[in-house]
Design a protein around this ligand. Structure first.
Ligand code: GS8
Length: 219
């Protein structure tokens, strides 16, 4: 029997994008269901009763939650093609460390750039640019985070590329001026169809950010 694969998703979600890129890299046929996060479907509540969040990968009726866990699950389940994590334990540990950095530090700093103003935003800009620079030095002179091959960490971080325009516009800085190699890396990733098809238009994403800024009275 063929695999039944569904992704409960929300189009501007950076976490959803990770799963979309991984599934496309592996050539997995998948039904994408866009959730209304203000009116969640019964299916989402049933499949992720703990966090009630997207993304959720439903594979033959069984849910897998949390984007990093989903990407690893996809890699292990469809292991015949495009390996995303290295077979070396040290490389895997390093990839997981930076993925954790993405979710526990990097995204939060980025969110502060988008959702604050004045002195608070200036401090956020500084911290966020430092994080980008850290990431850039982790990349070094390699084409991808795993060296010559596109893999897990590229998937973890590339979704943020569709927010670069928003970070630069809200924070009033240039990522290209601060981290030129990182921008070259992002453009290299965008040459992959799995990435370019999975990331939304940066201006549409900025439209959402702008609405949120207005809603909380910063704009
Ligand atoms: C985060 C998922 C998440 O925040 C992951 O999958 O990596 N750690 C998780 N999902 C958001 C949408 S993206 O901003 C979500 O589903 N929010 C709904 C809610 O909080 O009610």
């Amino acid at each position: 029997m063929a695999d039944e694969v569904t992704l409960l998703d929300f189009w501007p979600s950076m976490f959803g994008m990770r799963c979309r890129v991984a599934l496309t890299e592996k050539g997995v046929e998948c039904e994408y269901k866009d959730e209304d996060l203000w009116n969640k479907s019964e299916l989402l509540l049933q499949m992720n009763p703990v966090h009630k969040k997207i993304p959720v990968l439903v594979h033959n009726g069984k849910p897998v939650c949390e984007s990093l866990i989903i990407v690893e699950y996809i890699d292990e389940t469809w292991s015949h093609k495009a390996p995303l994590l290295s077979s070396d334990p040290y490389d895997r540990a390093r990839a997981r460390f930076w993925a954790d950095f993405a979710d526990t530090k990097f995204f939060d700093l980025g969110m502060k750039v988008l959702m604050t103003k004045g002195e608070e935003q200036e401090a956020a800009n500084k911290g966020f640019i430092e994080s980008l620079q850290r990431l850039e030095s982790e990349l070094g002179d390699e084409p991808f985070f795993r060296g010559s091959k596109f893999g897990f960490l590229d998937i973890v971080f590339i979704s943020v590329y569709c927010l670069f325009y928003s970070y630069e516009t809200c924070g009033n800085f240039s990522i290209e001026a601060e981290c030129p190699k990182l921008v070259v890396w992002a453009k290299r990733c965008m040459e992959k169809e799995s990435v370019s098809k999975s990331l939304p238009d940066p201006r549409e994403v900025y439209g959402i950010i702008l609405e949120r800024r207005k809603a909380v009275g910063i704009e």
